[in-house]
Design a protein around this ligand. Sequence first.
Ligand code: ATP
Ligand code: MG
Length: 401
Amino acid sequence: MKQPFLEALPVIETLEKAGFEAYFVGGAVRDAIIDRPIGDVDIATSAKPEQVMNLFDKTILVGMEHGTVVVVHEGISYEVTTFRTEGTYEDFRRPSSVTFVSSLKEDLQRRDFTVNAMAMDKKGVIIDPFNGQKALQHRKIETVGEAKERFHEDALRMMRAVRFMSQLGFTVEQKTKEAIVEHGHLLQHVSIERTSVELEKLMLGRKPGDAFSLLIETGLYKYLPGFSLNDEMKRRLCACQWGKATDVIESWSIILILLGVHETNAFLRAWKLPNKRIKDVQAVIAAYSERKLQPWDKRTVYLYGLDTALHVNRVNLMLHSGLDEESLIRSIHKELPIHSLKDLAVNGKDVMAICRRKGGPWLSELLQKIEMKVVQKELPNEREAIKEWLESCNQILDEPC
Ligand code: ATP
Ligand code: MG
């Protein structure tokens, strides 16, 4: 049994000693079987949330109604969820209620894909009522039960199918694919926050190009905000060297570039991304446009910063497979005399005192000039040298105001 499970074993044992059933379930079991790095270890149990909370010192109640309690053991958090089925589905979203059930099998049955519907007991025995291991062997994503029904219950599962295809490098089984074609439009009813989580995981997977091909083939892309694609855009989305993306900032930037989006803010807002991510992506787009016009130099590396410059470099590699400029960017950055305005030997107050002038729009203009002269190494980052330069260009008033 792999280390993450061994570390979680005491949680299972505590539940069992108290007379409950408990198993490892979901993604961690799947990833262990195919030797993929194991993410979060989730546990399913016959114990009810309040019973779980009574058994452990450190717990966080995530959702009584969904039966999920986080148990913290030796500093690691485990989601412990009561065996459940999902009640009625409204508007093709998650169920409005869940029902706790007594058997593991029923719990596995409510899960989306056969590869995600396996459990493992404390001895490492796999419980696999829906042939998830066979699907892993054949590298197939197929729903537990009838695909159309499962997508009708929760339309997000269609995006999840494509996301797992990208992450695992699998194919989507024919019936499951046909159900996506038929039910794709239901994705409109799913909250954009849930869809964007899946799209981001898809973009950082092993095979985003194949996943975009499937989104296009099934027509599911039409229900993604801002994805009105012409043939050229479709071709480029599938052909892009996605594998080089190191984070979602680069992936979103590529999407904006490939889709020729001008209203970047509106596009990213429609996806309800966090403000910080929107700003980071917009910085990459601005730097990418400037880099197209001229090579990296002290000014651009300083203005955009190391992270943005490195993102632009990778975006360029993915789109044009040009020259890798990472070491050039790093060495320009290392050699910069200052890395932000805070590092400048003078501040606004100093400049006002030296020039004997009151503040005003002139001040920030002049500070920017000094900053750029220092960055370009035309002026040393020293107070005296900066004062001399201000004198030489007549910035100091004879008659202070
Ligand atoms: P990851 O490695 O990305 O976390 P995961 O398989 O753990 O992959 P999660 O989204 O964390 O995926 O979900 C955990 C498990 O819960 C899944 O393996 C699946 O069994 C079940 N699951 C999650 N979302 C759904 C859904 N919308 N419908 C049915 N089952 C789901
Ligand atoms: Mg998970």
